[in-house]
Design a protein around this ligand. Sequence first.
Ligand code: FDM
Length: 212
Amino acid sequence: NGHKSDSRGALIVLEGLDRSGKTSQSSRLISYLEGLGHSVESWRFPDRNTGVGQMISSYLTNKSQLDDHAIHLLFSANRWEKRSLMEAKLGSGTTLIVDRYSFSGVAFSSAKGLDIEWCKAPERGLLAPDMVLYLDIPPEKAAERGGYGGERYEQLEFQRKVAHSYQLLHDASWKSIDATLPMEDVEKQLKEIVLDCVTTCQKGKALSNLWS
Ligand code: FDM
C-alpha cells in the first residue's frame, strides 16, 4: 500500500463489563495489526498517568471519596486531555485500539442513577470511534471468571446495572461479540471486523465527533 502514510488510522474502542476480556483481546489485536505492518497503539481509559488520572485512580481504589457528578466529569476531562494527541496520532496514520471510552463513562455513571443525557453532555465533541466492539457477557458469567479485584465498581450487583446502561448506548457503530465464546473464537471475529474497519479508514472515511 503506497499511500499508507497519507491515510488515517482507525479509532477502535473495546467496551464491556469488567472481566469481559477487553484487555487480553486488545493486546491480541495489537500484535495482529503490527504483524500486518500497520502502525498501531494500545490506549486505555482511564489513563491513570495524568494528574486527573491519579485522582481517578485514588477514587477507584477507595483512597478518596468524590461526588458522583464530580468523578464523572474527571473521567470525561481525562479523555479531553488526550483528545488532541489522539487526533494527531490518527491523522498520521496510527490506528488506536482503546480499552474503554465515553461509553464506559456514561454506562458506569448512569448505573449510579445519574441522568443519561447529563452524562453524555461532557463527551460531546470528543472524537467518535469508527467502531465500538462490545464484548457481551452476562454479569454472572463475568463474575465467575476468577473473581474481581478490590476496586470500587467490581461487584456483581453494580455490574448488572452497568450492563443495562450499556444496552441503551448501542448505535450503528457498535458490534456486539459474544464474549462467552472461547477466547480464540472471539479473537478471530474481532480480527476480521477490525481489519475491515482499518481498511475503510485508510480509504478516506472521515473522522467525526461524538454525540454532536
Ligand atoms: N470507568 C471507566 C468509569 O466509571 N468511567 C469512565 O469514563 C471510564 C473510562 O473505571 F470500573 C470505570 C470502569 C472501571 C473502572 O477501569 C476502571 P479499568 O478498565 O478497570 O482500568
